[in-house]
Design a protein around this ligand. Structure first.
Ligand SMILES: [Zn+2]
Length: 85
């Protein structure tokens, strides 16, 4: 969700390098193959446990008003930020 800005001229490269991982299972997302997402996760109740960009396991912290999860490479994702989008 975070890196949606595409710089001009690098679309082909970007597509080749674009890898997405299921934030709940850590499995690589393959276009056309449906991956199951837990119901609680779909409702936003369950924090993601894996980074969508690299599939690393993130440090997840539940807080009173939501959660945040931190990838050592891609930084912090939080439930408040996602709700704002
Ligand atoms: Zn990451």
């Amino acid at each position: 969700m975070a890196g949606t800005d595409v710089s001009p001229g690098s679309v082909a490269d970007e597509r080749a390098a674009e890898e997405r991982y299921n934030p709940y299972t850590g499995r690589r997302v393959v276009p056309g193959v449906e991956d199951s997402v837990p119901t609680a996760a779909q409702l936003g109740l369950e924090p993601p446990r894996f980074c969508e960009s690299c599939g690393r396991r993130m440090v997840v912290q539940i807080s009173p008003d939501g959660w945040w999860a931190k990838c050592s490479r891609h930084g912090v994702f939080d439930s408040i930020g996602l709700a704002r989008r």
